[in-house]
Design a protein around this ligand. Structure first.
Ligand code: FPP
Length: 248
């Protein structure tokens, strides 16, 4: 099906996911299948990021959250970690114009304090330079861990209870969610994972309770616009019940 038909079909279906999250997996495998170092897989992965960000913005996705670097990723070889960090630094500097011309606002979530000063500064500048954009939000999960996020929220709530700012008897799911990095964002409607693995890998543990999951064997560097559109079309066929019973 040519690209235009995918987009037309998605628009006709109408029930577009508002928030899409992606576990971008398979860069290493893509590279090793080519006899190349893992770093070249990450370089190729960046090109996919650009393609998918533009495609998502074009079809009207409101928030795109990308699992860019997990807390566990620090355990990788030092050279690989520095390469990913360098890519991140370079891209947050070089892609600002592109984000602005697509009306995209950049945000980040995770233990941002754990990044180096220069990377944090580059990120902050890119977020500042795009903050007035009214189109899609591109939300990068950086130095992110789902359990850490929940634990940090609990610590902040305990602090606020001690300060008398929160009544523990009034603590409910909505209030808890306000203490998460995703405060103010709707939960992801659709979570895509590339390269076949069927797990959450500590990503958005609280927020994915009712998220529709889509796993594809396609490796992230090979994941193209049409693969993304197929995932959205698949989402549009799902019957979301949120634990309730519906006629059909
Ligand atoms: C997963 O592949 C990919 C990552 C851990 C890093 C993702 C980072 C990028 C695509 C580059 C930077 C992004 C931006 C937004 C500029 P893997 O290495 O786990 O692959 P494998 O499972 O095959 O080993």
């Amino acid at each position: 099906m040519p690209r235009i038909n995918y987009e037309k079909k998605i628009a006709e279906n109408g029930n577009l996911p508002e928030h899409v999250a992606i576990i971008m997996d398979g860069n290493g495998r893509w590279a090793s299948r080519r006899g190349q170092p893992r770093t070249s897989g990450h370089n190729a992965g960046v090109n996919t990021v650009k393609t998918i960000v533009k495609a998502a913005a074009r079809i009207g996705i409101k928030i795109l959250t990308l699992y860019t670097f997990s807390i566990e990723n620090w355990k990788r070889p030092k050279s690989e970690v520095s390469h990913i960090m360098r890519l991140l630094y370079e891209k947050t500097r070089s892609e600002v114009d592109e984000l602005n011309s697509n009306n995209i606002r950049l945000t980040a979530m995770g233990k941002i304090d754990g990044l180096s000063v220069s990377r944090r500064r580059a990120l902050k500048q890119a977020m500042e330079a795009t903050k007035k954009n009214t189109g899609m939000v591109l939300n990068l999960a950086l130095n992110y861990g789902g359990r850490t996020e929940i634990l940090e929220a609990v610590k902040k709530i305990v602090r606020d209870i001690k300060r008398g700012l929160v009544n523990p008897r009034k603590l409910d799911e909505d209030m808890f969610a306000k203490y998460l990095y995703t405060n103010g964002m709707p939960d992801p409607d659709l979570l895509i994972r590339t390269s076949g693995e069927r797990r959450l890998s500590n990503f958005l543990l609280w927020q994915t309770s009712y998220t529709e999951l889509y796993v594809t064997d396609v490796l992230w560097p090979d994941f193209g616009e049409s693969d993304f559109f197929k995932a959205v079309l698949d989402y549009q066929t799902r019957n979301r019940r949120f634990g309730e019973v519906t006629a059909s």
